[in-house]
Each structure stands twice: as structure tokens, then as C-alpha cells.
Design a protein around this ligand. Structure first.
Ligand code: NAD
Length: 360
């Protein structure tokens, strides 16, 4: 198969983890005789430095030309006080919107080898295997009006949470389809006791559920869900929720997986101008300025995102399983970075990447 992949390493540890993810992608393509064409583009702080724009037009064109995009992370502390339009994170929202990837899949698994890395009691998290489906191109992160107006005591910040029926239905359908191929349980997370957007969300989810009689549906309020995720994560199979709830709850997933550096993600649902599906793959973590440039970052979330790309964008299930098995064997061998608190000396980012390539 011919794989045309765009890489957007971004900022901070995004660059370090993407380098290892690319090495793993090259290794798996060699092993299974696929032809890989890699192109690199600019996104985030580095793009602001080079072009003045966090999501340059060139990058927009490149990602629409590629079969799939592998992203690192964006964000540089020097832009912390910059206006929203000039922040690296604007690039992230820009690319998600440009590709129309409305569903962000965030699998959370507890690996046996990492059970002691979590601060939670082993018996609570052992066997956790869930997917958070986060709506990605709507909700409060995109809604208008927005902004800061006025002065003094009257200075006011405004954001708008808004969802259409169509936006809710398509992401819900995606989540039901995922659940259908897993343990057939879907939890829809909302705040329908307070928010009108959530009341519409719940109504549309119930309507879509009629198409999936084989999947058991439960509704859960977001505050209760935050609690249940640490009290009894094994009760969940697939969870679907709006953009900001998913952003927040999926970081809680990091506690279940042992480190935020472990979590991969896949953003899917968009189509290219020629009608082909398009996917955006990235680890859940950010650019981690506190450890950037020190070869300490855990690359396994980025490498897991390569597995997700092989599965969702290319349908290469054996190759995806090979990458996931390689990750598991590296974990079992204790070859991990410092965030996973190994009993022996931690490995560096590139040593872990090499270990995954060797396992493949
Ligand atoms: P972060 O995820 O970058 O870091 C949170 C903590 O987790 C830090 O202590 C960091 O060292 C640790 N960590 C993160 N990834 C790790 C890895 N792979 N290995 C080991 N440790 C890891 O979140 P933050 O500190 O809130 O944000 C830093 C910057 O990243 C900000 O500019 C933020 O806007 C940006 N950000 C970007 C994305 C993205 O590009 N998708 C996501 C979240 C945050």
C-alpha cells in the first residue's frame, strides 16, 4: 500500500515524540512492505516564528493533500500572554476545523505492567479498557459571540456553547458504531440538568439510539462521570460527550493509564475535497515545556497514535496490532521513561522509540 503521511511535530516535546513515532511508522512499513511518503509541515509556535501564522496556508494545503496527518503537540510559554489569534493553540483548532475531523477518539487502557504507576488502587483500575469520543469541531471552543469587552469592573469575558442537531447526531452515530464493535455499551455524558445544549444533546442521542437497539445506552451527568471514572472505570466501554467535557475528562484518563504520555488519539470523520476520509493523529498530551529538549518525554502516546492511524486511515489491522503489541512488550520489559516511575533507571525518549522498533 502507498501511505502519504504529513507530519506536524509542532513545539516542545511534540518534536521529540514525533521523531520516535515516525521511526516506528517507517519500521512497520518496511516490515510489511508498504511504501511510505513523508512530508513535514509547520504548526503552532514554530509556525508563528517562521510565518507569523500558527496554521499557515501551506500547512492547510498539505494536510488536505495527505492521506493522514501525524501531529506532535503545540504550545510555547513565550506566547502565554499573546492574544488568542496569535497563540500556537489557535493552529490546533484551525487544523481540526480545516479537516472537519469532528470525532476525537481517546482510548484509555490500563496495561498490567503499569498498574503500579497509577496513584489509584490496583483493583479499581485493572482491566480498564474504554474509549472517550470527544466532539471536536463544535461547542464552546468555537462558538460565537466570544471575546473580552468593557473595562474595569464591567470588563467581561464571553464564550458561547452551541450545538446543532446534525453535529450531535454524527458524533453520536460514530460512538454507537464503535460500541457496536466492542462491548456494546455507550455512556452519553452531558449536563442536561443545567444546560440547554445538553438537553438537545440528550434528545438527539435518544433518537439516534433507535438505530442501534443492540447497544445499551446510559446517560450520565458530567460531574458524576468525573467521579465514576476514578471510582469504577471498568463500568465504561464507549463514552461520548461534547468538546470541553471531553477535553477535561480525557485528562482524567491519564491517571488510569499511568501517565498522560501513554495516551494516543485519533481525530476522524472529515473528508478531503476528493471525498476520501481524512484523519489526524496525535498524543493527548501537550508540549510539556517543563521537560522539553531533555530527551525525557514518553513517546508511547505518539507511537500509539501511529497504531490508530494504521487502523482508522489505512485499515491495516495487523500492522496496528503489531505496533500495539510492541508497545506492550516494551512496557512488560520495563523499558520506560521517567514519568512511568520504573524500578530501574528510566530510558530516554529515543531509547524507548528504539525499543519499540526492536520489538517490531
Ligand atoms: P502538558 O500535557 O504539556 O503537560 C502536563 C504535564 O504532563 C507536565 O508535567 C508534563 O511534563 C507531563 N507530560 C506531558 N506529556 C508527557 C510525556 N509525553 N512524557 C512525560 N511527561 C509528560 O500540558 P500543559 O502543561 O497544561 O500544557 C503545556 C502546553 O501545551 C500549553 O501551551 C498548552 O496549551 C499546550 N497543549 C497542547 C496540546 C496539543 O497540542 N494537543 C494539548 C494540551 C496542551
Amino acid at each position: 500500500m502507498q501511505l502519504n503521511v504529513l507530519t506536524l511535530p509542532g513545539d516542545g516535546i511534540g518534536i521529540e515524540v514525533t521523531r520516535e513515532a515516525v521511526r516506528v511508522l517507517e519500521t512497520v512499513c518496511r516490515k510489511y512492505n508498504h511504501s511510505l511518503t513523508l512530508t513535514e509541515g509547520l504548526l503552532g509556535g514554530i509556525a508563528i516564528h517562521k510565518t507569523g501564522n500558527p496554521f499557515p496556508d501551506d500547512t492547510a494545503r498539505l494536510c488536505l493533500d495527505a492521506d493522514a496527518t501525524l501531529m506532535g503537540a503545540v504550545g510555547l510559554p513565550e506566547f502565554d500572554n499573546a492574544p488568542p489569534e496569535k497563540r500556537p493553540e489557535k493552529g490546533l483548532l484551525g487544523i481540526r476545523r480545516a479537516l472537519g475531523v469532528y470525532a476525537n477518539l481517546r482510548p484509555v487502557r490500563t496495561y498490567k505492567a503499569l498498574i503500579d504507576s497509577s496513584p489509584l488502587k490496583n483493583h479499581l483500575i485493572e482491566g480498564t479498557d474504554l474509549i472517550i469520543v470527544r466532539e471536536l469541531t463544535g461547542g464552546i471552543y468555537y462558538g460565537t459571540p466570544r471575546g473580552i469587552t468593557g473595562e474595569g469592573d464591567e470588563e467581561r469575558g464571553t464564550n458561547t456553547m452551541t450545538y446543532s442537531r446534525a453535529e450531535i447526531a454524527r458524533v453520536t452515530r460514530m460512538a454507537f458504531n464503535l460500541a457496536r464493535n466492542r462491548r456494546k455499551k455507550l455512556a452519553s455524558v452531558d449536563k442536561s440538568n443545567v444546560l440547554e445544549t445538553s438537553q438537545l444533546w440528550r434528545k438527539v442521542v435518544v433518537e439516534v439510539a433507535a438505530e442501534f437497539p443492540d447497544v445499551e445506552l446510559e446517560h450520565i451527568l458530567v460531574d458524576n462521570c468525573a467521579m465514576q471514572l476514578v471510582l469504577n472505570p471498568k463500568r465504561f466501554d464507549v463514552l461520548v460527550m461534547e468538546n470541553m467535557f471531553g477535553d477535561i475528562l480525557s485528562d482524567e484518563g491519564a491517571v488510569l493509564a499511568g501517565s498522560i504520555g501513554m495516551l494516543p488519539s485519533a481525530s476522524i470523520g472529515g473528508r478531503r475535497p476528493n471525498g476520501a476520509w481524512v484523519g489526524l493523529y496525535e498524543p493527548v498530551h501537550g508540549s510539556a515545556p517543563d521537560i522539553a529538549g531533555r530527551n525525557k518525554a514518553n513517546p508511547l502516546g505518539a507511537i500509539g497514535s501511529v497504531a490508530a492511524m494504521l487502523e482508522y486511515s489505512f485499515g491495516l489491522m495487523a500492522e496496528a496490532a503489531a505496533v500495539n503489541n510492541a508497545i506492550e512488550s516494551v512496557l512488560n520489559a520495563g523499558k520506560v521513561t521517567a514519568d512511568l516511575k520504573p524500578k530501574t533507571a528510566p530510558l530516554t525518549t529515543d531509547q524507548v522509540g528504539q525499543a519499540v522498533c526492536d520489538a517490531l
